[in-house]
Design a protein around this ligand. Structure first.
Ligand code: ADP
Ligand code: ZN
Length: 735
């Protein structure tokens, strides 16, 4: 498709070849192709590196940089491994150049399952070999086996034994006599072809119009970005399923990226009811065997639809024809360790490289996508109404200055009353609080000392059910000490502020007759447990769900009619660039859980600042005005998406080293038109996992290409081995 001369040329014996290794090195290394070997770009090889032999990918022809005598030969060509498609190779280079990451670090994401390169073991079956000779004894058992195999198809031994009603010994004896023989069977396709024409739902007029438009984009067979903007419950999923179907009709692979795939049993169920089969899934909870099968099926073009978390973007699709990014505004698409990348943005790049359409779906589009849509770079499809006439919930604020909860309580009288009413009506409530554990802070009543993490600049969070104090950044965990280490006071610790566990305790006192459940990453061990919990809520076995952002996403609970947001201001603390935008998105999404079916829903937001822009916008439902004001503020400040940011985090176990490097970077900071450097300053998390941290922020006009500027900048400063400088292009976290 995008093959040009460089990508299809064979690199023959005696030539130099450049091989990229999945390691954080500066770039590919040159090797010599042995006489009898011919290689092509994208193929897997084994090459020596120092004393080791490593798996790498042919990146192209070699250079003349290394003297011939010092070149080492390629050890092995993995001829049975599927090679990496050209679009994937270009994608690796593109992401590396954009994020300023070593190409090998990006390649590692594309070849995360080396064991998938070995062809899968063939299963052994039996097939018919010869008819019994005259006079040869044929028992009834043997006769049944012969009859089954006479049709010409080979059988797996256990299936054959079961069907013929014989033991394994009979089969072995027949094999020994030469009547049947063993044969290697190719494994069946791991993923079945979805049935695109399965009679499904009838789309509403709006849905049908959106679906037709999307199918037109696919027919154009070109790159395009479509923003599918529809209120929660408007049927965006149903609509993009039609785009997936159209992509499959065109015989190409489709990828759906979801923020938290592990928990979306519901999504998978809907896919299955639309297409009759399961898609290939890709997320961190897969077993090694599942990864191997899935990676190879994708590389061989045998996985028609893949649904996955952000890392699924780097899989080796030979013929990708569509990407859908669902909940495109979700912060989980930003990876903040290793290669720092935003999967939504990189998905757009992947679509551009592969020349196919991409769909970004959300009820609360990111400001980035909103601006791209208003400037005409993205097309917008709008679904303004909930499906089947379901009403959007009524959203109101509760002013905590007037309606104060009693001391040491967190539920205000109006919210408690609403909980009572909902329970009396036989409906369900959700109490949303984005705080795991019992209390976010524990302090000594005698001297005021706060219990902090020894490795990080954060307070320890009490998890009362587990009987531990935990750091949510580094995982440090300890028991509550019997006495204060500062003043020696015995048993003087007090829990400050609420977490979900503490809310559960309060609920017991204000609504003792209610059946409730707590839904957080601490109470849910895995996808199966999550699915069971979701089922019990759907089946009405629970009256009140207390949950963190885990419940905000995707779930459809028919009887849920009240959402109480316990601390609507929580996300606004900290002065993050996107604090208002994110709070709006998250609370809007939580609110969208209420009244998705016949019964109307209501949402109560407990806030200290009901007049703030975010709360007012949520209560009035005027999203577009909120986005317009937010956009105007960002534009005035030259902030993304109108300006560019690059975050630099310097870290070291040694506070002096970290300060020295930070100062040196500050002194040699780039200057020029449209460039500004802020810092160095201690990071808000000035200590993280035992490393001291300082930050610098480069702010530039949109027209400025920041990557070469940052490369030059870093080249001017010598960073000792005891310090690390982490570059984050388009940062989302400022901690
Ligand atoms: P969104 O993704 O926009 O929040 P969904 O696709 O989840 O919306 O749809 C909300 C609910 O409405 C789901 O239960 C879905 O099955 C149902 N629904 C949406 N469109 C249709 C349709 N055309 N026919 C039947 N049910 C639909
Ligand atoms: Zn810690």
């Amino acid at each position: 498709m995008m093959a040009d001369d460089a990508s299809t040329q064979a690199i023959g014996g005696g030539a130099r070849v450049s091989v990229l290794l999945p390691l954080p090195l500066a770039g590919p290394y040159d090797y010599l192709v042995p006489e009898e070997m011919t290689l092509q770009r994208g193929e897997f090889v084994i090459v020596p590196l120092g004393p080791r032999e490593l798996l790498g990918v042919v990146w192209g022809k070699g250079t003349d940089d290394v003297a011939e005598a010092r070149l080492k030969p390629v050890v092995e060509h993995l001829e049975d491994a599927p090679s990496l498609p050209e679009a994937v190779l270009r994608f690796v280079d593109w992401v590396a150049a954009y994020t300023l990451s070593p190409p090998g670090a990006v390649l590692r994401m594309a070849m995360s399952v080396p064991s998938a390169l070995v062809p899968p073991r063939l299963a052994t079956g039996y097939r018919f070999s010869r008819m019994p000779e005259p006079g040869e004894r044929v028992t009834a058992q043997r006769k049944r086996v012969i009859e089954l195999l006479a049709e010409g198809v080979a059988w797996l031994p256990p299936d054959l034994a079961r069907e013929a009603g014989v033991g394994a010994g009979v089969l072995k004896a027949m094999e020994k006599d030469g009547i049947i023989e063993k044969v290697e069977l190719p494994p069946g396709p791991p993923f079945e072809m979805p049935d695109v024409d399965r009679p499904g739902r009838t789309l509403s007029t709006d849905q049908a119009a959106a679906s037709t438009e999307m199918c037109q984009r696919l027919a154009e067979d070109a790159f395009s970005v479509t923003l599918l903007d529809g209120v929660t419950g408007s049927g965006k999923t149903e609509v993009y399923f039609e785009a997936v179907a159209e992509c499959l009709r065109r015989d190409r692979q489709a990828l759906v990226l979801l923020p938290e795939i592990a928990l979306s049993a519901e999504w998978l169920g809907r896919f299955e009811s639309r297409f009759g089969v399961k898609p290939a899934v890709w997320h961190s909870d897969l077993t090694q065997a599942e990864r191997r099968i899935t990676w190879r099926a994708i590389a061989e073009g045998k996985a028609p639809v893949v649904v996955g978390a952000r890392s699924a973007l780097f899989l080796p699709y030979p013929d990708l024809g569509l990407i859908v990014v669902d909940e495109e505004h979700d912060p989980a698409f930003k990876q903040e360790d290793g290669v720092h990348y935003h999967a939504r943005d990189m998905a757009v790049v992947r679509a551009q490289l592969g020349r196919f359409p991409i769909v970004l779906s959300s009820a609360t589009p990111s400001l980035e996508s909103h601006v791209n849509e208003t400037t005409g770079r993205y097309r917008r499809l709008h679904l303004p109404d909930r499906h089947a006439g379901a009403q959007l919930p009524d959203i109101r604020t509760i002013d905590l200055r007037r309606d104060k909860p009693p001391s040491q309580h967190f539920l205000s009288p109006p919210l408690v009353q609403a909980l009572h009413e909902t329970l009396a009506a036989g409906e369900q409530s959700l109490l949303f609080l984005n705080r795991r554990g019992y209390a976010p802070l524990t302090l000594c009543r005698a001297c005021g000392t706060r219990l902090a993490c020894p490795n990080c600049s954060t307070w320890l969070v009490e998890h009362r059910l587990a009987g531990r104090l935990q750091c949510h950044h580094c995982g440090h965990s300890s028991r509550r000490p019997p006495a204060c280490s500062s003043c020696g006071a015995d048993d003087a610790f007090a829990a400050c502020g609420p977490g979900v566990e503490r809310l559960a305790e309060e609920l017991l006192t204000v609504l003792p007759e209610a059946r409730f459940t707590v839904m957080t990453s601490d109470t849910i061990g895995g996808p199966a447990q999550a699915a069971e919990l979701v089922r019990s809520i759907r089946d009405g076995e629970v009256d009140v769900v207390i949950g963190t952002q885990m419940v905000a996403k995707g779930h459809n609970f028919p009887k849920l009619t009240l959402v109480g947001v316990v601390d609507a201001d929580l996300g606004l603390e900290g002065g993050d660039l996107r604090a208002a935008e994110r709070t709006y998105q998250l609370l809007h999404q939580v609110a969208g859980r209420a009244g998705r079916h016949e019964r109307p829903g209501r949402v109560l937001l407990q806030t200290w600042q009901p007049e703030s822009r975010v709360m007012a916008a949520l209560a009035s439902g005027d999203r577009d005005r909120f986005l317009a004001v937010e956009a105007a503020e960002r534009e005035a400040a030259g902030m993304p998406p109108y300006g560019r940011l690059v975050g630099l985090v310097i870290s070291s176990h040694d506070p002096q080293v970290v300060d020295a490097v930070a100062r040196a970077l500050g002194k040699s900071a780039p200057t020029g038109e449209g460039i500004q450097v802020l810092g160095p300053a201690p990071a808000p998390l000035a200590l993280l996992r035992g490393r001291h941290r300082r930050r610098l922020l480069l702010k530039a006009d949109r027209a400025v290409r920041v990557q070469p500027i940052v490369v030059d900048w870093l080249a001017r400063v010598k960073v000792p081995g005891t310090a690390r400088v982490q570059i984050d292009i388009d940062p989302y976290s400022f901690l």
